[in-house]
Ligand binder design. Structure first.
Ligand code: UDP
Length: 236
């Protein structure tokens, strides 16, 4: 499949049209941003790792009953995915307190929850992706109740699976963000990416951070951390 016009450039990926109206090509960049684009940098090799890791995880989720946008990987950085309209809700699942949850509620990081939590942010950079609840999402016409219910069901199912995949390689899945899209026929599928850019991943014994917090918090070693997760996931 060939790249045609560039449709969109986001913070971490570019999206191209293809000759198939139902497919697009995503191209992963090494660019890293944090704090709604205020902090900018590069994590060398990140694009290729996130591409490979996302595809690996999407395939395993698909095999376990989660519909995804994945079609086929083309090369190191590029993958064909189903063309979807993104539901403008960032779906965040948490198993352990960290990040904005810890800050918002004034608790320390590392509290293991008895049950996972879910929250939505309205995907709008100009507004700073504000938290939003179901009834607000309905009022704004962002999704129907049936779509929201399905998205929640998928998100918790993805959590159970991802938590298990990560545990196998000695990693605690702290929290993560998912995005869902709607195909031309209205089917809801898991879209976007699943990578150390979008998940908090802590080594289960050392509690070392193996994710984008190394970049956000200037801890150093982001490249090595992304490579380490990839290496473990591929069984190398
Ligand atoms: N996250 C993301 N994109 C965003 C916001 C959050 O991928 O725009 C991920 C983030 O990497 C973490 C989880 O969602 O794994 C929860 O993030 P949180 O709400 O704690 O926000 P942050 O601390 O990143 O501002």
């Amino acid at each position: 499949m060939n790249k045609c016009d560039q449709l969109y450039e986001g913070k971490a990926k570019k999206v191209y049209a293809t000759e198939d109206p139902n497919c697009v090509i995503v191209s992963y960049k090494d660019d890293a941003t944090a704090f709604n684009g205020l902090k900018k940098g590069t994590i060398t090799g990140k694009g290729a790792i996130n591409n490979k890791m996302t595809n690996h995880l999407m395939k395993r989720l698909e095999a376990n009953g989660i519909p995804t946008h994945f079609v086929e990987q083309l090369n190191d950085r590029e993958t064909v995915v189903k063309k979807v309209s993104i539901v403008p809700l960032e779906v965040i699942i948490r198993n352990i307190s960290a990040g904005s949850f810890a800050k918002r509620y004034g608790v320390e990081e590392g509290i293991v929850f008895a049950a996972p939590t879910i929250e939505f942010s309205y995907k709008d950079d100009d507004l700073g992706d504000p938290l939003i609840n179901d009834s607000h999402a309905l009022a704004l016409g962002l999704a129907t109740q049936a779509e929201i219910d399905l998205i929640k069901r998928y998100a918790f199912a993805v959590n159970d699976l991802l938590k298990a995949f990560m545990k196998e390689i000695g990693i605690d899945l702290v929290d993560f963000k998912l995005e869902f899209g709607k195909t031309a026929d209205g089917t809801i599928v898991l879209a976007d990416e699943i990578s150390p850019d979008t998940c908090r991943l802590w080594d289960e014994t050392t509690h070392e951070k193996l994710d984008k917090d190394r970049f956000r918090r200037d801890l150093g070693g982001a490249e090595e951390a992304y490579e380490e997760v990839m290496r473990r996931l591929m069984g190398e």
